[in-house]
Structure formats: C-alpha cells, structure tokens
Write a protein that binds this ligand. Sequence first.
Ligand SMILES: Cc1ncc(COP(=O)(O)O)c(C=O)c1O
Length: 373
Amino acid sequence: MREHFGREDLLPFWVADMEFQAPPGVIQSLVKRAENGIFGYEYRPDSLLDAIVQWYASRHQWPINKSELCFSHGVMHAITSLINLHTEEGDGIIVQPPVFFEFRIAIQENNRTLVRCPLIKTDKRYEMDFEDLEKQASDPRNKLLILCNPHNPVGRVWTKEELQRLGEICYRHNVRVIADEIHADITFKNYRYTPFNSAVSGEIAQQSFTCLSPAKSFNIASVTDALVVIPNQQYREQYKAYINQFFLGKPNTFSVAAMESAYSHGGEWLNQFLDYLQDNLDYLRDFLNNHIPKVHLVEPEGTFLVWLDFNDLGMDAKELESFLAQKARIALNSGYWFGRQGAGFARMTIACPQSMIKEGLSRLEYAVNALAE
Ligand SMILES: Cc1ncc(COP(=O)(O)O)c(C=O)c1O
C-alpha cells in the first residue's frame, strides 16, 4: 500500500481478490494435506482432472475434453508461455482496453507489440469495436488476440454472438485467440458466462487457448495452479514441451489439494458468495445514486470488480488518483492503469464484507462533498 499509494491507512479495494476465507472444505483439505507431513514430489491425479471436467460440465454446460487440459502455475504464466510459443519478437498482439494491465506487461516484457483495439463505451455498457478489430486483425503483423471474458475491469460477460463474431474475424485473418476466462464463475443475476471455446465452431476453437482457474472463484490465488484448454493437438504438444523445457511441470502438493477440493465441493459456497456479491452491488448502486450522484457505476454483468466513472468530478487522471488516496482514503485501481481509455475511472473490488463497502463509500461521500466547500 505504501509503495503504491504513499500511505498505509487506506481501505483496500484494489487487489482483485476477496476479503473472505476460502471455502471451509478447501481449508480442511489443505490442513489435512499439511498434517500428512510427506511433501515429496506430487502429481496430478485423475480425480483432479475429473473434478475440473465435472465443474465446467455441470456449472457451465461446457464438456471439456480431458485430453485437452494442460496446466500452468497461473493464468499469466500460461499467457506468457503462449505469447512466446505463438509469436515472434516484434509481432503484434491485440488487446481490448481498458483491460487487465498485466496483458500489456506480458506483451511488452516479451518484446512484442501492444496493439490496442479499444472497447466502445455506450450509454449503458462497453462493446467491442468489430470494425476496428477487422482492421487490426487483417494486419499480417498481428498474430494473437487476448480476450478477457468476463472482462476485467468493465464487467462485461460477452455474449455468444459477440464471441462468435470476434472468433470469425480472428480466424479469417489467422489471428489466434487466448481467452482469459479466469472470472468465468462470477456473474451477476441474469447473466451467464459463455466459454469462447463452446461459442465458436470447431475449426475456430482449434486456433484458440482458454485459460481457467479457481483462483478468483474461491479466493485461492496464492495456492492454486491454472488450466489451459488447448484443443489443437499440435499446439498442445508444443505447450507441454515448452513447460517441460523450463521444468515447470511439477505441481505443488497444496495446489492439487486446493483445486480438487474447490472444484469438487465448492459449488454451494460459491452460490452463497454470488448472492452476497449481488447484495453488495445493489447496495453500492443505491448508495451512489442517492448520496454521490456524480460518481457513476458502469453496471457490471460479471467479475467482483466494479468500474466507477468519476469524470463528473472534473479531475485529470493524476488528480483523481491523489483525491481517492489522499482525500477519500480508499485504495482503488486508477483507471489509466488499464489503458488511457480508463482515465477518469477507477476499479473497486466488492468481494468484501458490506460493512467495508459502507465505510469506503461514506469516506468517498465525505471527500466529494468537501470538494464543493
Ligand atoms: C483477467 C485476469 N487474468 C489473470 C489474472 C491473474 O491470474 P494469475 O494470478 O493466475 O496469473 C487476473 C487477476 O486479477 C485477472 O483479472
């Protein structure tokens, strides 16, 4: 906090994780595994693969083929590996800002070219700019697109039609798609996550990679591996060889325990979390409308992150950043971290006790009112 905001007394709403303990079953399985006391080399048992496949089949009606499942130590690790495998230095990689800032870091740190195809903000929500996408995808220097579904930070849960259209454009121009679906399990009432892989035709899916993880859904980011679904056999073998080249294939024993327990028994816990999250969202929306009407909620369809529009306060990006930290004393992610399109916005994590949201919003209300004095 001190490093980012210069002080430590802010209420934290910035990191994309929860202020809640993981499901009791996950904690128990970790304790049990720890008590076993034997921590030699681990492998990924069939029961883990079965739990993963069962989760996506029952929760999302997506029948993942077990043989297409690969692993990584985290979603960004998978994305970085895929960037290295499927592009050369200098190649263009398309992203749709405002979007999760680590995409930019992964692209630039690997000496690839960041190609922006910004989302369009309409009155109510953000949409993809398909015309621009067609233009960017048709440039032969651009080889890959990183899709964020559901989208961090703007909260869109992309529809089947949107995913199909994106998939068709990319396929037509030989642009492969990495679908980062780490937020898949977290959607609000009336919205359903559609996997890119199942929205598109088989030949398009063959040119795609889907990254998944229980990290966000169960608050286990620091103790879990991630998954990559790679339908194309040749790409899958290349991926596994690449992981092995760096000896990164062996799992951590606690990751196996946490992941298997979460996917086997975490469903009811997640349902309860989603109900609570919906309540937090409803509270936040009402509070902003009634008490801080100059701050606008971009209504999220999924993720536990909300994208707040502060443009009516009339501050530039740096002024807003300083106002939120120094005056309101809340730690949010400044919108410009997600691309210059995010200036004037900030991202807030609402996966926390409602009392914390109440305190954060009343700090914000006080600071906004003080501006008028
Ligand atoms: C869209 C998205 N992808 C990836 C990550 C990070 O995933 P991991 O910690 O597994 O690398 C995050 C975390 O906030 C995220 O929001």
